[in-house]
Design a protein around this ligand. Structure first.
Ligand code: 4AD
Ligand code: MG
Length: 478
């Protein structure tokens, strides 16, 4: 089906067999003795070199073969004369599918800034960096499904449109078909959502967890993997308004089991990328090393593959929130008043605190548990002391929080109390509360931010560069 991909052609033994190449021109180089065209179809980071003799094609045709143009080349696969590639194609014929005007095609064979590439997100997958990222992103997504499928989890499709706010964060995108120019009003003058499409207020989901829990209470082990939406106005390198989240939810798992699963899951999918994305990771590692050359010695990063192998091979540090606060209180930056935000039991850790623990103190991934109830979601199981909940956050170097999760409150009365405490109307989640009335069971789960994982694995610095078409405040162009 279809032509062979360049990735496959590059692996063939050259025997002057006839081959057809289809792809986009990366570079064209003319020398006295030959014309070299480097073609790429996105199947691999490597280009295939196609070679023609001078005078074999008209000057008119060759003028249309420029960076970005799309070609069909037929020819013979032969051992390469030059160094740098094992095989090349001796061209018999060139057909130009589409030209790319040299003066207006924005991607020229030189290094473009990532900021500039964000402005041309429709073309950036044609660069080495982005095609490498997109292939790694694909491999990680595949590894996620494989991981759960191999372990008896069922992929549950939780709704994108919802009437509940799972995280109680109140930062949701509204979904409506009401005419914004002529909003229907109740007698009291409020907007009458009874006339809206669903007969009630609806939003894009911030998490599939609540519905995921319903699935776990029947299928035992489920996971979701879908887009989630948060209308928080965070212009950071770690936040998107639309991001993909993987949320496993398991009946009969307690906090310990949840931590074991989270650690094994992350290590397994990173290992999959190490095994299956060697060329792309090597390319990105080199890219980072090039960037680092301009930095002072102490600001240079650990080589990418070394960093990934380190995470796979070493146990994550596990400690409680209370222990973490003690470490922070005794830390140099705290004593020297170098932290921007104050430290003390009860605070919501800010990223400077998380990064101190991970990057300076433990120098490895950390799982923090048992956070104060006040700073965590209503559904987390209360510890016996009544002060903390069975929460767990996995913190990664350079990223901060990559996973957030918990054991869930499975006691109906205690859960209802928390619902009231945080001001959720129990009527809006009656179905969620009923699982605690009918055959409740201990259960746990977590959410992994997929882009934060891709960010870590690719070594990129900005989350906007690891999703094809990023959504963030004032940006939804493509
Ligand atoms: O910690 P969060 O908010 O947890 C939940 O949504 C739970 N319902 C998960 C669960 O227990 N099933 O989000 C989970 C993860 C974070 O650790 C982070 O990796 C990622 O989602 N995340 C974001 N990623 C990109 N952009 C954002 N705005 C993100 N907000 C959270
Ligand atoms: Mg969180």
């Amino acid at each position: 089906m279809g032509p062979l991909q360049i990735k496959e052609l590059l692996q063939q033994t050259p025997d002057a067999q006839s081959v057809t190449l289809k792809g986009w021109v990366r570079t064209k180089r003319e020398s006295k003795n030959a014309i070299f065209i480097a073609l790429n179809d996105g199947s691999t980071i490597h280009n295939i070199q196609a070679v023609a003799a001078p005078g074999q094609f008209s000057a008119e045709l060759l003028l249309t073969v420029t960076t970005g143009s799309c070609l069909k080349i037929t020819g013979q696969l032969v051992a390469s004369q030059g160094s740098g590639q094992a095989v090349e194609v001796k061209i018999d014929d060139i057909f130009v599918y589409g030209t790319a005007d040299v003066d207006s095609y924005p991607l020229q064979p030189k290094r473009h800034s990532l900021e500039f590439l964000r402005e041309i997100a429709h073309l950036r997958p044609r660069t080495n960096t982005f095609s490498a990222i997109l292939r790694i992103r694909h491999a990680l997504a595949f590894a996620v499904h494989k991981y759960y499928n191999d372990r008896g989890f069922f992929y549950l499709h939780t709704p994108i449109i919802t009437a509940s706010d799972a995280e109680g964060a109140g930062e949701m995108f509204r979904v409506t078909t009401l005419d914004l120019e002529k909003l229907p009003r109740t007698d009291e003058g409020d907007i009458n959502f009874k006339e809206d499409f669903f007969g009630r207020e609806a939003n894009l989901t911030v998490s599939g967890q609540l519905e995921g829990e319903l699935g776990a209470m029947a299928l035992s082990k489920i996971y979701t993997f879908g887009p989630t939406f948060r209308a928080e106005n965070s212009n950071t390198t770690r936040h998107l308004a639309e991001f993909w989240m993987i949320e496993p939810e398991m009946a009969f798992f307690e906090l310990e089991d949840n931590m074991d699963l989270a650690e094994d899951f992350i290590k397994t999918v990173i290992s999959y990328a190490l095994e299956n994305c060697k060329d792309d990771l090597a390319f990105l590692e080199n890219r980072l090393a090039e960037e680092d050359k301009n930095k002072p010695q102490n600001e240079r990063s650990i080589p990418l593959l070394e960093k990934l192998n380190f995470v796979v091979e070493n146990a994550f540090e596990r400690l409680t929130y209370t222990e973490a606060i003690d470490i922070l209180l005794k830390s140099k930056p705290h004593k020297e008043k170098k932290f921007q935000y104050p430290v003390g039991w009860g605070i919501d850790l800010s990223s400077e605190h998380e990064r101190y623990l991970v990057e300076k103190h433990f120098k490895k991934p950390v799982i923090l548990t048992n956070y104060p109830r006040e700073i965590k979601s209503f559904y987390m199981k209360l510890d016996d002391d009544g002060k903390t909940v069975r929460a767990m956050d996995v913190l990664f170097p350079g990223i901060g929080e990559i996973i957030g999760g918990s054991q869930r409150e499975d006691n109906y009365e205690k859960l209802l109390e928390r619902v009231h405490e945080v001001g959720i109307d129990p009527e809006t989640i009656w179905w969620y509360l009923e699982t605690r009335k009918f055959g409740t069971a201990p259960h746990s789960g977590f959410g992994l931010g997929f882009e934060r994982l891709v960010l870590f694995v690719t070594g990129m610095a900005n989350i906007r560069d690891v999703i094809p078409f990023p959504r963030y405040p004032k940006s939804a162009e493509f």
